[in-house]
Design a protein around this ligand. Structure first.
Ligand SMILES: Cc1ncc(COP(=O)(O)O)c(C=O)c1O
Length: 420
């Protein structure tokens, strides 16, 4: 087969027009019509008052996290983060860019286990975390693979404990959630909300991201911080630490050309998900789940998870792996190798943050309480760890919106062969 990617950019032509427009009019820096237009279009589409265009989703998350830290604990000294000395509850099964900004701001991430219904933050585990650390006031919540998490429950727990939410909707642009009976977009569900236009996302600018808010004050602050925190003086004058995080008008041109295709991309991704679901229905596997009554995912990545009794032995080290081929069974690494041999790119499930070497010393809370230190030489069983289990048994399938049904059928056939 020709190369099939996990999720690659899909250009439509108009991107070139707006990039050329930026170049021909000489508006190539961090000011210009493309930036203004994409901020307006995204604010309208998502249903927020303000969208601030930034260089990437990580920058949006950093400034969102810093805003939250400043709101909770006040302005920090220039050499200190706003979260110094404070714990922050964080989604565990996500990309590390969601939660690294807590470290940038000198805070300490405490990881909250995942629930099996949407593969997002577990409300039960979050409730337990507040029992253990009642002083925590900030929670970073991501929507994995474009599937909204249980936001109604998570929001009400946060409200009860007087905590703010940074919402990471980087993977879920265009996904919707039914909040108190009303459909709303992800990217409106936190106190500070972020999206990404990274090259692998459902809409891309080649790079880029946005901070979304209904607060004019917060939007202005993020805009100021993202352009080096300049004050209104004839010379460079600074009252606050600044960042070079603003989106360029060229990147915004790509985003501007892409935005009209958001619905089309979601429809393509949904069709890919449905095709895998039907094609794999006779195997001992399930697709990544979502709550059809309360959410409309954007189906950014299609994933599957192997039933426990159909798992062939597989071990993973820090950088390598081994597996056995067993008749009637398979494993994520076996399937990933099999499809890679046909030039198709899958990926392991994002490795949970509490398992990452960098964060191994940080607390991890499950629905049962403290998720660390549960093993015992003399007592069997070591407690639940939903994230580790999904990582062990799950994988991301090639989900590029340019995959043809014929190519998908070949992939489905290869996966069947792994179980023979
Ligand atoms: C969940 C999540 N958060 C944050 C990011 C970071 O976005 P960016 O690459 O635009 O910095 C990504 C992806 O890249 C992501 O998947």
């Amino acid at each position: 087969m020709t190369n099939i990617r996990l999720s690659s950019p899909t250009m439509h032509g108009k991107e070139q027009y707006w990039v050329d427009d930026a170049i021909l009019t000489n508006w190539v820096s961090t000011v210009g019509a493309n930036i203004n237009e994409v901020e307006k279009l995204i604010a309208e589409r998502i249903g927020v008052k303000y969208a601030v265009a930034l260089s990437c989703g990580t920058a949006a998350l950093h400034l969102a996290t810093k805003l939250a830290g400043e709101k909770l604990y006040g302005q920090a000294r220039p050499n200190e983060g706003t979260l110094q000395g404070h714990r922050v509850f964080c989604s565990d099964m996500t990309f590390d860019a969601s939660i690294n900004p807590v470290a940038y701001e000198d805070g300490e991430a405490v990881f909250i286990d995942t629930e099996p219904d949407t593969w997002n933050m577990s409300p039960e585990a979050l409730e337990k975390a507040f029992e253990i650390y009642p002083d925590v006031r900030l929670v970073v919540i991501a929507h994995l693979y474009g599937t909204p998490g249980k936001m109604e429950e998570l929001r009400s727990i946060c409200e009860k404990h007087n905590a703010l939410i940074v919402e990471d909707a980087a993977e879920s642009l265009g996904a919707q959630y039914k909040l108190h009976g009303e459909w709303v977009e992800t990217g409106t569900l936190g106190n500070y909300n972020c999206i990404s236009f990274n090259g692998n996302k459902i809409i891309t600018g080649s790079a880029g991201g946005m901070f979304l808010t209904n607060s004019g004050e917060d939007a202005n602050k993020v805009r100021k911080w993202s352009t080096q925190s300049r004050e209104a003086a004839p010379w460079y004058q600074h009252e606050e630490i600044g960042y070079n995080y603003r989106m360029s008008n060229i990147i915004a041109g790509v985003v501007r050309g892409q935005l009209p295709y958001l619905e089309e991309h979601i429809a393509q991704k949904k069709a890919i998900y449905e095709r895998y679901k039907v094609g794999l229905a006779d195997l001992p596997v399930r697709m990544n789940p979502f709550d059809a009554d309360r959410s409309r995912p954007n189906f950014w990545l299609s994933c599957m998870i192997i039933d426990e009794d159909a798992m062939a032995p597989q071990v993973r080290g820090e950088q390598d792996y081994l597996y056995q081929s067993v008749s009637g069974k398979s494993s994520p690494q076996e399937i990933l190798d099999a499809i890679a041999a046909f030039n198709a790119e899958g990926r392991p499930i994002w490795k949970p943050m509490h398992m990452q070497p960098i964060y191994r010393t940080h607390a991890f809370i499950t629905a049962e309480g403290n998720g660390r230190g549960r093993s015992n030489a003399y007592i069997a069983g070591s407690g639940i760890d939903v994230g580790a289990d999904i990582f062990r048994r799950g994988l991301c399938l090639p989900s590029d919106n340019k995959i043809t049904p014929e190519q998908q059928d070949i992939l489905i056939d290869i996966i069947h062969r792994c179980f023979r």
